[in-house]
Design a binder for this molecule. Sequence first.
Ligand SMILES: [Zn+2]
Ligand SMILES: [Zn+2]
Length: 137
Amino acid sequence: MSSDPADPQVTGHCLCGKVRYRATATPIWVAYCHCPSCRRATGSVIAPYAGYRPQDLVFEGEAPARYASSPDAVRQFCGTCGTPISYESPRWPDQIHLLLGSVDHLEGLKPQGHAYCEYQVPWFEVADKLPRGRGSP
Ligand SMILES: [Zn+2]
Ligand SMILES: [Zn+2]
């Protein structure tokens, strides 16, 4: 278990521990999403994600349950405890977006920007200086 922020080895698990995963490479990007779909799917007003190549995210333990949150999108979550795990859509081909809340050590996964800021909840204050965009950058 390294605390080196450059260490690409990221591991995580859902609340009950049945769904487990590890990343075998560094993510393509790390960013916050403010969109209403992520809000509902996560129960939170902001959703931090890391985008990985699907082959770089290895699932272990129980297979996550899947839900089509829109006709072209699939969200994975733990079928036992409900922890949201990931998002996939052909709008971002060859990517899986991992929700960061279930990652064991978040030090090396610092977000680089905000997406879908047009949906940001008015009372949610953002104090960072990261790039902010409407829709997906
Ligand atoms: Zn679980
Ligand atoms: Zn979103």
